[in-house]
Design a protein around this ligand. Sequence first.
Ligand code: UN1
Length: 505
Amino acid sequence: IRADILAKLDEMKTHQWSATPTVLVDEGGEEHDVISPQDPDDVVGTALYPTSDDVDLAITRAVNAQRRWDAVGGLARADILESAANNLEAHTLELISLCRREAGKTLIDGILEVREAVDFLRFYASEARMQFASPMPLPGPTGEENRLRLAGRGVFATISPWNFPLAIFVGPAAAALAAGNTVIAKPAEQTPLIAAHAVRVMHEAGIPNDVLQLLPGGGEVGGMITSDPRLAGVAFTGSTHTARAINRSLAERDGPIATLVAETGGQNAMIVDSSALPEQVTRDVVASSFQSAGQRCSALRILYLQEDVADTMLKMIKGAFEAQVIGDPADLATDVGPVIDAEAKQGLDDHVANMRERGFRVWQRDLAPELQKGSFFAPAIIEINSIEDLDKENFGPILHVVRFKGAELDKIIDEINSTGYGLTLGLHSRIDGTRQFVEAHAKVGNFYVNRNQIGAVVESQPFGGEGLSGTGPKAGGPHYVARFATERVTTIDTTAAGGNASLMA
Ligand code: UN1
């Protein structure tokens, strides 16, 4: 890494950032400090929350701007989204710095995050060109012309998570914009500052400021937004529990039946049989479970090891686990940074304590004394008997291990399916029949074979799950943007009876 880049990142260590609603009726509501996960003394900036009048004004502006934005057309919208991508890329360093300070992300995670946000903008721009520029002709009898065109639904709210505070803030908003909607974007309560910076950068690139509006806040602000009858839809990424609450709120209000695009939790497994290559398994397990401090919804939570290789594999995995550097994400050597906040840490500590109490075997890292101050959680590996020993998704650097017998493959798949989640599944096996069997029976959105199971790439690996894991369609895939649009079909009678004089001639 170039010295000048490191120097710039260093310079930004004390910068004070702010997040404010795009417009305010008056002075706004409460102010909230945003505290860095790794250092409670680092106040990264402040967020000003909107009042209900501010929310109302934002939605009024969004309603008024929508027709014009839709009428601009898919090609022009694509150009603007591409300018936004370019400008975001030009601001990479500030965004990486914010990823670190506000979300506790390591440098590599910060780089990947900016990359993904830029990729989403470019991909949805290209989808706008392909799907929104001209109507699609449909078949029909002679004397009739049919065509289908896509149009924006109206105002979309995007409610995004703290674990991808830039990529998943920008991605759904970009899709909604590409489809001709105006957007009210509410970032996670923990990470409003990077979102605010992204919005500034996108406005600067030409997205009109009534077309994309920021409303920082927590659940209360989210509730004000999702209960507004003027919303056409919500794109949400976060917990299954919150997705249900949003769904209820959308169902209870008057107004149009709203679209909900939800990407939620997972209970992701990896199956490793005795034909797998141990070094590769070790590398992929550690990446899948502990990169980003396990705070990805794609992360590996339950590793199934075939009995006859389990001891060898586990020994190697534990070796790599022990070697991971846990620490300040500003330090380039760090593999695992903090978890997002004290509450998240407490939840993970409680889980480990509970598993110990229930008699499961736990290996846990020790934390250096200087890490006691931030929300650092000591990564753990826990041996369990079955996925049924877990009652919830544990969103952090904890790997659970289950041993299985070769003949039990179909039972394992049933167990995994019966959690009701269906996000990612990993398999390490050199046996084609095993892969084909798992592929045919596992109800998951993303199945990864002989590699790690995180880091889905826009366009190559459209990402998203089913069941408790979300509604689909997959982010970064060919059907995503269309979900934000309404379809309109025009049928024209081109015969004489239809009054088409020119065709009569
Ligand atoms: C999430 O954690 O909400 O595949 C999504 C990945 C990322 C997406 C994770 N592209 O790990």
